[in-house]
Design a protein around this ligand. Structure first.
Ligand SMILES: [Zn+2]
Length: 373
């Protein structure tokens, strides 16, 4: 068991650091590709290495239902199972229980839910979710929480927060039995400033190795996200990593780095890639468009990814139209490279004390670019 976080540099609120997971290191700020089913869609581990991924995300809810904990244990744990030696963070499954499962019944003990795959009945307690993540050898485990929908009123969010805080305390106790490598708490509280503050204060003194800010990017206006994150960060300890779950668009990530967030994950680069939406410094390229048919430029001039070094927009548009499977891979390689390197560049800027001008350049290029949306 080994986990430590070292804060190396600060530039106003923005931070650069290193997470040591024992067998591998992660430089923060970091973007983590999402591999829900122990696989980043259309991407092989060798490609993840090539785009510079240091840690990926997988998901307890999905892995528990399929293939199941016994299978992953028999196959020597999650790293071996998915052929990935670098870092793995596993989400607790709380979010999926509430977003995917048809029938669920939450009570202070835990949550009963029906599988979205075959309708079978299951129960997650905070203790069991820690045990699952311990058993498949996750590097960073997340606590079970309830992520209330954005539409819920304050009294519901308050009640839900009380349960989440109680579950966090139980998770810390469970951790003594199942010594997960690292365990992160999750700060909820919706878009209510006082509840966010209450949540951050309740969590900060618990023996977590890091803290996530959950319940963002669930349909709330961006202003709410930008208002709530600094409220939470004010109370979280400086010497532990902070992770904004499920964020987001490139500009959201840049803004949140500026507010002191260290870790990010989002399905956007891979999901949008499969739809033909490609991210560049100059804005988005929608490869489906007719205008790219005879375009022999790469997706992004100067991009060092495998796709941009070898293929034209015209070729990629052709693959997309022909529904060739290689399109998904080539487009995902570029988008992941873009996200990972955007965050890496932010880190470099923080280390050089020039995050502000980095941010200005980021917006200036977006503005002068030929974005499709
Ligand atoms: Zn590229």
């Amino acid at each position: 068991m080994s986990f430590s976080f070292e804060l190396i540099a600060e530039d106003k609120q923005a931070r650069a650091g290193t997470i040591d997971l024992g067998h591998t290191k992660v430089e923060t700020p970091i973007f983590m590709p999402v591999g829900t089913n122990a696989s980043v869609k259309a991407i092989l581990p060798c490609m993840l290495k090539a785009v510079g991924a240091q840690i990926v995300l997988s998901n307890t809810y999905h892995l528990y239902l399929r293939p199941g904990i016994e299978t992953i244990e028999k196959l020597s744990g999650l790293h071996r199972f998915m052929g990935w030696k670098r870092g793995i963070l596993t989400d607790s499954g709380g979010f999926q229980v509430f977003s995917l499962s048809d029938l669920r019944n939450i009570n202070p003990e835990g949550v009963y839910f029906k599988s979205h795959i075959d309708g079978s009945n299951h129960f997650f307690s905070p203790e069991y979710v820690v045990e699952l993540q311990y058993r498949w050898g996750s590097d960073i485990a997340m606590v079970l929480d309830e992520c209330p929908p954005y539409t819920m009123d304050k009294s519901y969010v308050k009640k839900s927060l009380d349960i989440t805080i109680n579950w966090a305390k139980r998770s810390i106790r469970a951790r003594r039995e199942h010594t997960v490598n690292a365990l992160f708490g999750i700060v909820q509280g919706g878009v209510f400033d006082d509840l966010r503050k209450e949540a951050a204060i309740a969590m900060k003194d618990l023996e977590f190795d890091g803290f996530a800010i959950g319940g963002l990017s669930v349909g709330e206006p961006t202003e709410d996200m930008y208002r709530v994150v600094p409220i939470v960060n004010e109370f979280l300890p400086k010497n532990k990593p902070r992770y904004a779950m499920g964020i987001g668009r490139p500009e959201n990530i840049i803004e949140l780095i500026g507010m002191g967030v260290d870790m990010f994950d989002c399905v956007m680069p891979t999901r949008n890639a499969r739809n033909g939406t490609l991210f560049t410094r100059f804005g988005v390229v929608n490869i489906k468009r007719q205008q790219y048919r005879d375009d022999d430029r790469p997706i992004e001039e100067g991009c060092g990814c495998y796709t941009c070094r070898n293929f034209s927009r015209g070729y990629l548009r052709h693959l997309h139209k022909a529904k060739e499977l290689s399109f998904y891979t080539l487009a995902s390689i570029h988008n992941l490279y873009y996200y990972i390197n955007l965050v890496k560049s932010a880190r470099k800027a923080i280390l050089n004390g020039r995050f502000r001008s980095f941010k200005d350049e980021f917006y200036a290029l977006m503005k002068e670019g030929e974005a499709d949306e």
